[in-house]
Design a protein around this ligand. Structure first.
Ligand code: SIN
Length: 324
């Protein structure tokens, strides 16, 4: 299953891209993220991200400024309105969880901040301190999750739109007059967003199932009961182990995931042990659906450029009900 890929470029030297998951996930070697990426490295990493959806970099002892510089190479860093950050630097999220500070809200399948009109295109998460046992993160390829649906269901959902809302973060606000006012301000700033249920990846042109149980509250223009039933079916796709990759953290490991084509779930099984992570997110575009994506603007992912890492080799995985 895991094939070592070696990419040689003039400026980048040798970058190793080793596929580690059947449907997503590759380990990247041969790059020191303490240094700025040159153009060849940048484009190799960007192509690898689109093709593999999740990249893992081991043994990267980088500081916060270097983490931000790495993220900013791929686009403007964004500020999460509700996540814990360093007081002065809101683009750097700090998940510092221990006996006094339990993790909040990341143990639900989601892609980051889909309540925004333009959710982040990617996220970089760096492990600083990890528990002795537990604290893994599970990722799911929502490309594979889409491809695993029956043709009939793919057709049915292809023109639908869904409503995304920041509802889980509302519990962070108390009933005080000040908190109520702040929450109302956030509600004005982040009204519910409408996104296509089937998103077309802007670089690969592949179709992605783009609903998640953390932020997707309803399918637009459907009865509540119909919407709930359909969403339950679609949410279930991320739970199928074949579409997942479970990442076990070591300190100084970095995960860089494509937020347009994946979901993730942080396993909250380590509390009250300490786990300390730093994260940045990179600005994305408004999601385009099947009918709205302009084929002329879609650049096919350069699978061949990294040695043909298309996990399906051009074949679509069988839906669950057609497997042995
Ligand atoms: C997140 O970005 O949802 C957190 C992931 C993690 O802590 O592993």
């Amino acid at each position: 299953m895991s094939t070592a890929e070696v990419k040689t470029t003039d400026q980048a030297g040798i970058i190793q891209i080793k596929r580690v998951g059947a449907n997503l996930g590759a380990e990247i070697g041969g790059i020191d993220l303490r240094q700025p990426l040159n153009d060849a490295q940048f484009s190799a990493v960007q192509d690898a991200l689109v093709a593999n959806e999740l990249l893992i970099f081991h043994d990267q002892d980088i500081d916060s400024a270097q983490l931000k510089a790495f993220g900013a190479r791929f686009g403007e860093l964004t500020v999460h309105p509700f996540a814990p950050s360093d007081g002065n630097d809101h683009s750097l999220i700090k998940f510092a969880n221990d006996a006094d500070s339990p993790p909040f809200g990341t143990d639900v399948w989601h892609s980051d901040e889909t309540f925004r009109a333009a959710p982040p295109m990617a996220t970089v998460l760096c492990a600083k301190e990890v528990p002795e046992v537990g604290g893994d993160t599970v990722f799911a390829s929502m490309t594979a999750a889409y491809e695993g649906l029956s043709d009939k269901l793919q057709d049915f959902i292809s023109g639908l739109e869904a409503i995304h809302d920041f509802k889980p973060f509302k519990s962070l606000f108390s009933d005080s007059a000040e908190d109520r006012e702040t929450l109302q301000r956030y509600e004005r700033e982040y009204p519910p967003s409408i996104h296509p249920v089937v998103r077309v990846h802007p670089l690969s042109g592949r179709k992605v199932l783009f609903v998640n149980p953390q932020f997707t509250i309803a399918i637009k223009a459907m009865e509540e009961r119909e919407s709930r039933g359909l969403l339950d079916t679609l949410f279930h796709q991320a739970l199928i182990p074949e579409y997942q990759f479970r990442h076990h953290w070591k300190a100084n490991t970095i995960a860089f995931w494509d937020n347009r084509s994946t979901q993730h779930y942080a396993i909250h099984d380590y509390y009250p042990q300490r786990r300390f992570m730093e994260r940045v997110t990179i600005k994305g575009d408004r999601p385009e659906g099947v009918g709205t994506a302009d084929p002329a603007t879609i650049r096919r992912a350069k699978f061949e450029a990294i040695g043909g890492a298309d996990p399906h080799g051009g074949h679509k995985p069988l839906p669950q009900n057609e497997r042995d």
